[in-house]
Design a protein around this ligand. Structure first.
Ligand SMILES: Nc1ncnc2c1ncn2[C@@H]1O[C@H](COP(=O)(O)OP(=O)(O)OP(=O)(O)O)[C@@H](O)[C@H]1O
Ligand SMILES: [Mg+2]
Length: 334
């Protein structure tokens, strides 16, 4: 189902007044408008995307979502954020790089029934990105799917020329087409993960607040520093607490410790929420299946933050209220 946008939403996305957005619509600068059931003009993804561009807010971002620990919320983060970015008028490419292919299944594809996947893209010189990209059920979101063959990708590319840069070289010409590229990485630091890191500018490290040590996290971020040095590739690293139990004092203590250790690199957390687990049964992320739940609103807040222009984002990352939990009160209608 396509999302429609209100005039207020477009004005918010563009950072422009409603009058300005309406003027763009009248001048035809938002493309051909649809009609709602009552025959009034309606705004869809194309209008949102154009409004973002006209408002000068079309930033380009490429994120690897990485943690060698399994089950911390990597795939959930990619799935939820992809829909959240599209709801902000951003064109998104998701790349499933995990042989478990959970992201591919989440979007409703059967990994065993696909002709070409990210494994072919990475291991076969003849396969181009255009050959493997699928449209998903979410307007504005495309997917490069994965399948079990990826298990052997590391072995296959071992002898290949510039093996860390295969993904970057295959995808580079598409980077200007998408506002956001999201790589869902396997729970290891394999060559495939290194490929994703080198095709990204930023890394999001989801962490569970129950069971993770700051030391293990620091070791992981040191790996990114090593990549920076050895491969001359700068990466901005973000830590994302996931599945946060707001009632647990242990989780609160862990969040405080993360804040101490990572300061402005710590992203606003995502709460533990049963709807997050339920949503993929409908082949939808929580942001679409249950948009009013806490985790959905937290992923939306995160997406808004991540696409801010650099200076605004830096200022917000340092702001004292950046980790304030969202309140549970129902929101007033837009
Ligand atoms: N905010 C949340 N609240 C409750 N459950 C969550 C939340 N985020 C993720 N989960 C659940 O945790 C489990 C693991 O999440 P997910 O598959 O995203 O982790 P992952 O890091 O991608 O795992 P893997 O390393 O195996 O690829 C899933 O069952 C998912 O539904
Ligand atoms: Mg996963």
């Amino acid at each position: 189902m396509s999302k429609t946008f209100s005039l207020a939403e477009l004005s918010d996305l563009a950072g422009a007044s409603r009058d300005q957005v309406q003027a763009w619509a009248t001048e035809g600068r938002l493309g051909a408008l649809g009609k709602d059931d009552a025959g009034r003009p309606s705004y869809g993804f194309e209008q949102a995307e154009r409004a973002v561009a006209l408002g000068g807010r079309a930033t380009r971002r490429r994120f690897s979502v990485v943690n060698q620990k399994g089950g911390v919320g990597k795939t959930t983060t990619v799935f939820s954020l992809s829909a959240a970015f599209a709801a902000l008028g951003r064109r998104v490419l998701c790349v499933d790089l995990d042989a478990q292919a959970n992201l591919t299944s989440s979007f409703g594809f059967d990994p065993d029934g696909l002709d070409l996947t990210s494994e072919n893209l990475i291991t076969d010189e003849r396969v181009r990105a255009e050959d493997v990209i699928l449209e998903t059920g979410i307007e504005g979101v495309h997917l490069i799917p994965a399948d079990i063959k990826l298990c052997r990708a590391d072995v296959k590319i071992h002898e290949m020329f510039m093996r860390e840069l295969i993904l970057q070289n295959k995808l580079r010409h598409l980077f200007s087409h998408y506002h956001v590229v999201l790589y869902d990485c396997p729970p290891n630091l394999s060559k495939v993960t290194i490929n994703a890191l080198l095709a990204s500018d930023e890394v999001i490290v989801p962490v569970e607040t129950q069971s993770y040590s700051i030391k293990a996290l620091s070791d992981l971020t040191n790996t990114f520093s090593l990549i920076r040095q050895k491969l001359s590739h700068a990466l901005r690293v973000w830590i994302l607490p996931t599945k946060v139990d707001r009632t647990s004092s242990l989780a609160a203590e862990f969040l405080a410790a993360l804040d101490q250790a990572f300061a402005e690199r710590l992203l606003p957390p995502v709460s533990a929420d049963a709807e997050v687990v339920k949503a993929p049964m409908f082949f939808e992320p929580v942001t679409r299946a249950f948009p009013e739940t806490r985790a959905a609103r937290e992923y939306m807040r995160l997406a808004r933050f991540l696409v801010l222009p650099d200076a605004e984002r830096d200022a917000k990352a340092r702001a004292s209220d950046r980790l304030t939990p969202l309140d549970d009160a129902p929101r007033p209608p837009a």
